[in-house]
Design a protein around this ligand. Structure first.
Ligand SMILES: Cc1cc2nc3c(=O)[nH]c(=O)nc-3n(C[C@H](O)[C@H](O)[C@H](O)COP(=O)(O)OP(=O)(O)OC[C@H]3O[C@@H](n4cnc5c(N)ncnc54)[C@H](O)[C@@H]3O)c2cc1C
Length: 264
């Protein structure tokens, strides 16, 4: 492990101030991704800003018709939350399928969304549920947030404070998990908002994206049969040691159909 200065601010203002003062500071959340990255010397920040002692960043609350989850809320708490299970059960289910118990008790929703791993589960949830990413500076719509492989609309030093979810009429998350890591080889979130349907895919491309042809078909007829003949274009998908692009396209169609069936 290399040398760095360690900070544990008591509130968001202090975290923002330290991030602004330090040349090459990094935010530390659950550390499930960042600490291995440091150990492998793929990053060498001058300072780590640990958000774990900022009470305002943890917990879940209802705000009118929306569900707000603090950035430092760990996956296990989202999965077990009575509020999340009542408002968006598909989101609790998604959180419960992440990694293993150790990862779920350390990893946070803010860290996952900030990291934007192509195989992470939350990006499909955030995009499919038309959520808003709240930061110490602004609110970013999910459609504008995921911009590339491990890339997002976040600016340097910008802190995610919460994720704000709209409550759908129905939603389901289906995942084909990698047997070792638990990451999504493909994951599909389908959500209904009145007649509008959103379908978000993770694991298949460089970042989470919407399957617009599936959305259009499901908006006309919300049934698994409406997806017949509609598939993702493999030329836009990832091929790696886990699966080919063609396989991922096929699995995405199967999972989307299962998600629709479980909602319908
Ligand atoms: C063995 C293993 C299996 C896993 N399996 C899965 C899986 O099946 N599905 C899945 O989705 N994920 C999986 N993960 C990832 C894990 O769930 C975490 O979501 C992920 O590591 C990031 O969250 P974290 O809180 O640990 O963030 P950290 O590792 O602390 O930080 C990650 C990055 O986000 C930045 N960051 C953190 N918080 C904020 C914030 N509030 N604002 C701005 N930037 C921030 C950090 O600076 C860093 O760059 C797995 C991880 C491991 C180690």
């Amino acid at each position: 492990m290399q040398d760095f200065n360690y900070h544990r601010p008591a509130d968001i203002a202090e975290a923002t101030r330290i991030l602004g003062e330090r040349e090459d500071a990094k935010i530390l959340a659950g550390g499930m991704t960042l600490i291995p990255t440091l150990k492998q010397r793929l990053a060498a920040p001058s300072d780590l800003i640990d958000l774990s002692r900022i009470p305002a960043l943890t917990g879940m609350r209802r705000d009118g018709y929306e569900l707000v989850i603090g950035a430092m809320t760990c996956h296990a708490d989202v999965a077990a939350s009575a509020l999340v299970r009542e408002m968006i059960p598909a989101l609790a289910s998604l959180a419960g399928q992440i990694g293993d118990p150790a990862v779920r008790h350390r990893g946070t929703i803010g860290g996952s969304v900030a990291n934007s791993d192509p195989a992470a589960d939350y990006p499909a949830g955030v995009l499919g549920l038309d959520a808003t990413v709240e930061t110490d500076r602004r609110r970013i719509a999910a459609d504008d947030y995921f911009t590339g492989l491990f890339e997002t609309a976040l600016e340097p030093g910008e802190i995610i404070t919460a994720i704000r979810f709209k409550v759908p009429a129905g939603a389901a998350y289906q995942k084909f998990r990698h047997p070792a890591s638990g990451y999504a080889v493909v994951g599909v979130m389908v959500a209904r908002f009145g007649k509008d349907v959103r379908v978000a895919i993770t694991g298949a491309g460089p970042n989470a994206f919407r399957a617009t042809a599936m959305e259009a078909a499901l908006s006309v007829s919300f049934s698994p049969g409406a997806l017949a003949g509609i598939a993702l274009d493999p030329s836009e998908l990832l091929t790696d040691m886990h699966a080919s692009a063609e396989y991922r396209a096929h699995v995405a169609s199967v999972l989307a159909g299962r998600a629709v069936a479980s909602i319908a």
